[in-house]
Design a protein. Structure first.
Ligand code: XIL
Length: 350
């Protein structure tokens, strides 16, 4: 009798497990993320609609992701090249592609010290620059009102040493440009989620401490800031995971939403299969820690195929930082991430 029961139990378990595994087989990163109520996404390359493998690019993008950030075409030099001329069309292409495919748009970026057109860099008085900044933010955010859900309002305003970055904004306006930028963006679209975005703030260090104090003060003053973006441009040695976990926690405890905004994990140019396994483990760990924190709303990669990654051009000797190779084949990192998502989905189903 007892053994019969055991046999029945085993048979039932076998079918249940098989069923679950089969169900997960048809899944993509996107469908799994949607089951978990999070966003998973990528930075969308310039003019993706006219690259030679555009169809393939779009097919993978909409299959795997539910959020995108235009990699460059919402930056100041692209979207506002002359003082009296905005150039919205390229940005519109990214937005249209996203919305037609049920994806969310994450705008990048309203205030930054890079990719500024010469007409902005040429301004020299505080009054002029404040006016220019207000006009830019209100026009861009207003233009995409209701269509761009999340904005990187201020990008990289802090130095690695943990001080305000010495940029044109800081030098000529002073630190108040940061709060003003959030206030103006909020005025232009009160429903948009407004975030501060930076690199090297993933773990606890002088830079993330400074950012922590800065956003804490903003929250206390009632400045409309809703989240923090951790860029996460790292290499296959990973980072201090315990420190990353604690850092996420302290930002979440301020009542902020958390975003991994630009993740890539570079490996040496002449990488071996072992290096790709090591890379996959870094992606796995980061995902595990993020999924443990309910404040994490989105995880985005800075691209998805190694064919179109900024890494080889910016980090000499490094490459292959993304989760698909140059032929759009998923790499071990892709499967590691999928496994983490699958496990979470199954845990929730229990
Ligand atoms: C990079 C783009 O990927 C490149 O194509 C461009 O030439 C330079 O900018 N942090 C950011 C991003 O916030 O905007 C940067 O993107 C990468 C670092």
């Amino acid at each position: 009798m007892k053994s019969l029961r055991l046999v029945i139990l085993a048979v039932v378990l076998f079918f249940v497990l098989n069923f679950t595994v089969q169900r997960l087989e048809g899944e993509t990163l996107r469908t799994l993320a949607e089951k978990l109520g999070i966003y998973i996404g990528y930075a969308s390359i310039n003019d993706f609609w006219r690259i030679t493998d555009s169809d393939k690019y779009m097919e993978v993008a909409k299959r795997e992701f539910n959020i995108l950030t235009p990699e460059n075409q919402m930056k100041w030099d692209s979207i506002h090249p002359e003082e009296t001329r905005y150039n919205f069309e390229p940005a519109e292409r990214h937005v249209r592609f996203a919305l037609e495919n049920g994806m969310v748009v994450h705008g990048h970026t309203l205030v930054w010290h890079q990719q500024l057109p010469p007409w902005v860099s040429g301004k020299s008085t505080k009054e002029e620059l404040l006016k220019v900044l207000e006009d830019h933010i209100k026009t861009v955010v207003g233009h995409f009102k209701g269509r761009v859900k999340i904005w990187d309002v201020v990008n990289e305003a802090v130095s690695d040493a943990g001080t305000y970055r010495d940029s044109i904004w800081y030098r000529i306006i002073g630190p108040e440009y940061i709060e003003k930028a959030f206030i103006w963006a909020h005025e232009a679209d009160p429903d948009a989620i407004l975030i501060y975005n930076d690199y090297n703030i993933e773990t606890i260090n002088p830079k993330s401490n400074f950012v922590y104090n800065m956003v804490k003060e903003m929250k206390e003053k009632g400045i409309p800031i809703h989240g923090v973006g951790f860029q996460m441009h790292i290499d296959y040695n990973g980072l201090n995971y315990e420190s990353f976990r604690q850092n996420l926690k302290r930002f979440a405890d301020l009542g902020l939403k958390l975003y991994i905004t630009e993740m890539d994990v570079r490996v040496p140019q002449n990488a071996t299969p072992k290096d790709f396994e090591k890379q996959a483990e870094v992606y796995r760990k980061i995902f595990e820690i993020c999924l443990d924190n309910p404040a994490v709303e989105a995880i985005q990669f800075w691209g998805f195929t190694d064919k179109y990654s900024w890494v080889p051009g910016f980090f000499k000797g490094w490459d292959h930082a993304l989760i698909f190779d140059r032929d759009y084949n998923p790499k071990p990192a892709y499967f590691a991430i999928k496994e983490v998502l699958e496990k979470k989905v199954m845990e929730r189903q229990k």
